[in-house]
Design a protein around this ligand. Structure first.
Ligand SMILES: Nc1ncnc2c1ncn2[C@@H]1O[C@H](COP(=O)(O)OP(=O)(O)O)[C@@H](O)[C@H]1O
Ligand SMILES: CC(C)(COP(=O)(O)O)[C@@H](O)C(=O)NCCC(=O)O
Length: 313
């Protein structure tokens, strides 16, 4: 198969950047600072060249979906009171920068014409509470598919796509390393972004062997944030070193004990966590979902996106 026959279109950064034309820079440096995650690199140029064309493409898809919805509604002859939200999934490894990408897209889409109401939900709220993970003997497998309450997550996405007016989702705390009593409340959003490691995972087989449903079946658009595993490992270890002096320094942090580690000890512990939990999960469960995404954002060693791959419709 030649490259032209592939179901994907791959664009180098420069060709992708040109797609935004001369649209003005939508964010100011303060706004960029607000969305930038720990260890992530993000500047005005990156926003303009990479994330502006991306949000233009998503906005176009949102408008097209609305047209399709109206046409279907007309065909059915049963007008629905309101169309359901457009759902975007964002997946990829731990420490690849998914949360920055998700917050940035939320911010940019909210500034698009019509100022849609954009909500963001992270799947960590659907991790089983630590006590339950312990009971199941999988506390060391946090982030693996089985560590999530997948039924509850599916129910959430089905409610969103059913047009339920108020939907809530549980919230996770990186401070306590556990689920909190808080919820995020979604009130009639136009667009919902669902971000998490495993969002693109296919459905599990049901008891009778037939395939069930996965949250990805309800996505209108999905993004896989990608980078070489060598770079992601380095970002993870570097972030761990920084967290030692920031989040872990808080006595209430679940990882407070790590704040006293020397540099060498911290590198050893972070590498161990990567090699025994996050890398096996990336290799076995996350990388394998990349081909299912509508769009892959491939980052280079400095977090700058070097190419973009779009799945043809
Ligand atoms: N132990 C931790 N303590 C505090 N914050 C954390 C911890 N681990 C990760 N984070 C923060 O949580 C967010 C999500 O991290 P992660 O799941 O690795 O995804 P990503 O780096 O792709 O956004 C990031 O902003 C990260 O800085
Ligand atoms: C909370 C996470 C599983 C990510 O959850 P997500 O929102 O991506 O579903 C992850 O950030 C994590 O804490 N992993 C545990 C191993 C570690 O501490 O690196």
């Amino acid at each position: 198969m030649t490259r032209d026959q592939s179901p994907y279109v791959e664009l180098e950064r420069s060709a992708w950047a040109e797609l935004a034309g001369d649209a003005p820079q939508p964010l100011n440096p303060d706004e960029i600072e607000r969305v930038r995650g720990l260890g992530d690199e993000l500047d005005l140029e990156e926003v303009r060249q990479v994330y502006l064309p991306l949000t233009q493409l998503i906005s176009l898809r949102v408008r097209a979906a609305a047209g399709l919805y109206r046409a279907t509604d007309k065909f059915l002859g049963r007008p629905q009171p309101k169309r359901t939200p457009f759902v975007i999934g964002i997946g990829g490894s731990v420490a690849v920068g998914k949360s920055t990408t998700a917050r940035l897209i939320q911010e940019l889409l909210a500034k698009a014409p019509g100022h849609p109401h954009v909500e963001l939900v992270t799947t960590d709220g659907y991790l089983f509470p630590n006590a339950e993970l312990e009971r199941r003997g999988i506390l060391e497998r946090k982030g693996f598919p089985e560590s999530y309450d997948r039924k509850a997550l599916l129910r959430f996405i089905v409610d969103v796509k059913s047009g339920v007016e108020v939907v809530t989702a549980p919230v996770y705390s990186h401070l306590t390393y556990d689920r909190t009593d808080e919820v995020v409340t979604l009130k009639e959003p136009d667009i919902v972004i669902v971000e998490g490691l495993n969002v693109l995972a296919p459905a599990r087989a049901r008891g009778d062997g037939s395939p069930g449903l996965a949250i990805a079946d309800f996505f209108d658009f999905s993004i896989y944030v990608d980078a070489s595993s060598k770079d992601i490992r380095r970002w993870y270890v570097e972030r761990f070193l920084t967290l030692r002096k920031t989040a872990f320094a808080n006595p209430e942090s679940y990882f407070h004990r790590y704040s006293a580690l020397t540099d060498d000890e911290a590198v050893t512990r972070a590498s161990e966590l990567w090699d025994t939990i996050n890398w096996p999960n990336l290799r076995e469960n996350i990388q394998t979902t990349r081909g299912r995404a509508s769009l892959v954002l491939r980052k280079g060693p400095d977090h700058q996106v070097s190419w973009v791959r779009l799945r043809k419709l």
